[in-house]
Write a protein that binds this ligand. Sequence first.
Ligand SMILES: [Zn+2]
Length: 175
Amino acid sequence: MNFTVRIIGDPILRKTTKDIEKFDDSLKELIQDMFDEMYKSDGVGLAAPQVGISRSFFVMDDGIEKRAVINPKILNFSEEEIIYEEGCLSIPEIFAEISRPRKISVEYQNPEGKKIKEDLDEYTARIFQHEFDHLKGRLFTDKLSVVSKARIKKDLLKLNKEGQKIFKEHGELEI
Ligand SMILES: [Zn+2]
């Protein structure tokens, strides 16, 4: 499938996604296409809403392991937080330092539908949390202070217009 990456301003990025129920070949194909899109765009994660699909899954690659994460839950967050610079394929050219928990415990299903439980930390936990937020309609810019937001206001307004235009052209993709 040829995807159009959705940009902030697209209402799909603000929807809470629905769970995946069917673990069939078309889901596996879709996941492969999303990995391709992610690598093509030099990303480390890509969530379904970012390609116009309001369903609960994402792909990620922390440089050590590739994961296709379906119907995820975060069961535990460490109290300790760390700061990493984040960017997002849906908010091009904007980067910001964001504080989030250092460690998380997660549960999700793989493309075969098998349940997986993992403890993640550092960079891996960071990507997981960022992608997980996409499934709940949240973006990293929501976490910025009023001052930081004011600084990028102009750029965000421009992106918002672009995002709305892309939505008008492509709508929501059903799977
Ligand atoms: Zn993102």
